[in-house]
Each structure stands twice: as structure tokens, then as C-alpha cells.
Ligand binder design. Structure first.
Ligand SMILES: [Zn+2]
Length: 58
């Protein structure tokens, strides 16, 4: 549980948000850009999915 390292570069993570994601801020951005470029997901798609989660979660 103490393996708070970036999955991509192995750098130790200090920010709790980074630890939760398992990625440092720089690598997270690269990782997301990679996902978007591969799957061509737009921020609108993500917002729609969030809306579905919220409406289904109650
Ligand atoms: Zn990294």
C-alpha cells in the first residue's frame, strides 16, 4: 500500500490526487492525451457519462 509511485515514470508521488490516480501530474496529462487521441473521446462525452453516473447512482 506504500507504493506511491507514478505508473509511467516511477517517480515518487507526493500529491494525494496523484497517488490516487497512480500518475504524476505530467504523466497523467500525457496519459489522458493518449487516451483521447486513441479513442477520440471528447470532453463532451465525458460530461455525458458523468451525467449518466449521477442519474443512475441515486
Ligand atoms: Zn510520471
Amino acid at each position: 500500500m506504500s507504493d506511491n509511485r507514478c505508473k509511467l515514470c516511477g517517480r515518487k508521488l507526493k500529491n494525494w490526487q496523484s497517488i490516487q490516480r497512480g500518475l504524476g501530474p505530467v504523466c497523467e496529462r500525457k496519459y489522458l492525451e493518449d487516451i483521447y487521441s486513441n479513442q477520440q473521446i471528447t470532453f463532451e462525452d465525458i460530461n455525458q457519462k458523468k451525467g449518466e453516473v449521477i442519474s443512475n447512482g441515486s
